[in-house]
Design a protein around this ligand. Structure first.
Ligand SMILES: Cc1cc2nc3c(=O)[nH]c(=O)nc-3n(C[C@H](O)[C@H](O)[C@H](O)COP(=O)(O)O)c2cc1C
Length: 398
């Protein structure tokens, strides 16, 4: 890792170490990947205001997210099949996040189970839920997350049907997975990866195995999952979740102001402006282009989180300046995991922290709470909603 200086280096290493089908699964977006590309392209068009001769010798990245103290304004996003980038991937990522003082989010579609991660880390983490057709399963898994002391629920609402990723089909990363000769040969040339997977505690969907009746093997489970995404999902389900989940509720996958307002009305402690990393509606706007309007509309009532395309500390600063209270990072840490397990995730987090700190210094801010739209070239000199200082209004006043 000595020569790794940026997230792109981790991506290059991951591409070498992880079999193609799994690297492509993480790297790609849906359909023509327009939205995937827009996430990056639009971030890069936002220019930061360089400021000089401001004392920035005492900088801090510390803040809070949904009331939780964090060492930096970002969390690890939920990643399905994270444990296929590296054996025990979810546990390694959770440990790296713990060490760095930021939250880790475990996906419903993880390889390690909620219980595996809880046992191996001993620290609270966030759990991400897909509400599937089998509502009984959703209720049970929330009970398991609460028992494991998960301290926030990330409810993902933008996957009521699955966007198609062409590369997954071409690579045989389908549900159920296809075993092809070229994949077998590819795996044979990635011995470190194969060793880590062989030694990992699980090789299937850890949260589902043993919890879905009659589903004995990975293929049956994969087929079950394929049939379980629910196009009938509605705000009523959010109300139901709000009633049965005892902790903080973060609603992830919003790009529209009206949807964000509804989420706040139903009691979301935070919303995540997100297009699922360009993996769902291709043709949807980039996350960063959707952020300011949502922050303006609901940023004084709830915490507005952001994800999509973050690869540098400057990207984090751009999102915070445009109204995000904090961010989630997806691929940036997935590449780290593929490149070097726990060390690689730690490296990704360190890179982003250091780059953010330098970007703050060169834009003349020392604290996360001081970041606002004044940091953006050409932005209206208005203050963003006082997201970090505000106190949440009681529900009755909303
Ligand atoms: C490989 C991969 C798997 C993902 N799996 C999930 C998931 O299980 N649940 C979820 O809510 N989001 C999932 N996402 C979306 C991420 O949580 C996040 O929104 C996205 O990665 C942010 O974009 P970025 O990768 O450019 O940072 C996944 C993203 C990737 C790249």
């Amino acid at each position: 890792m000595k020569n790794v200086t940026c997230i792109e280096d981790l991506r290059t290493l991951a591409r070498r170490r992880v079999p193609r089908a799994f690297f492509d699964y993480a790297d790609s977006g849906s359909y023509n990947e327009e939205t995937l590309r827009a996430n990056r392209a639009d971030l890069e068009t936002i220019k930061l205001r360089q400021r000089v001769l401001v004392d920035v010798s005492e900088r801090s990245l510390a803040t809070t997210i949904v009331g939780q103290k964090v060492a930096a304004p970002f969390a690890l996003a939920p990643i399905g099949l994270c444990g296929m980038q590296h054996g025990d991937g979810e546990i390694l990522a959770a440990r790296a996040a713990d060490a760095a003082g930021i939250p880790f989010t475990l996906s419903t579609m993880s390889i390690c189970s909620i219980e595996d991660v809880a046992e191996a880390t001993g620290k609270p983490f966030w759990f991400q839920l897909y509400v599937i057709k089998d509502r009984g399963f959703s209720r049970d898994i929330l009970g398991r997350a609460a028992a494991a002391k998960c301290n926030a629920l990330v409810l993902t609402v933008d996957l009521q049907v699955l966007g198609q990723r062409h590369r997954d089909i071409k690579n045989g990363m389908t549900v159920p997975p296809e075993i092809r000769l070229k994949n077998v040969i590819d795996v044979a040339t990635k011995p470190a990866w194969a060793w880590s997977i062989l030694n990992g505690r699980r090789k299937t969907f850890g949260n589902l195995a043993g919890h879905v009746k009659g589903m004995g093997n990975v293929n049956q489970l994969a087929q079950w999952i394929g049939q379980q995404f629910d196009p009938a999902l509605s705000w009523k389900d959010v109300e139901w979740i709000k009633k049965i989940w005892p902790g903080k509720l973060i609603i992830k996958g919003l790009l529209d102001v009206d949807d964000a307002k509804t989420a706040v009305k139903l009691g979301a402690d935070a919303v995540v402006v997100s297009n699922h990393g360009g993996r769902q509606l291709d043709g949807a706007p980039s996350s960063i282009s959707a952020l300011p309007a949502i922050a303006d509309a609901v940023g004084s009532d709830t915490e507005v989180l952001f994800d999509g395309g973050i690869r540098t500390g400057a990207d984090l600063l751009r999102a915070l300046a445009l109204g995000a209270h904090a961010c989630l990072i997806g691929r940036a840490y997935v590449y780290g995991l593929g490149a070097g397990g726990e060390t690689g995730v730690g490296k990704a987090i360190d890179i982003l922290k250091n780059e953010l700190s330098v970007a703050m210094a060169l834009t003349g801010v020392s604290r996360i709470g001081d970041i606002d739209r004044n940091l953006i070239v050409g932005a209206k000199a208005e203050k963003k909603p006082p997201a970090r200082s505000r106190t949440r209004k009681p529900a009755a006043q909303r």
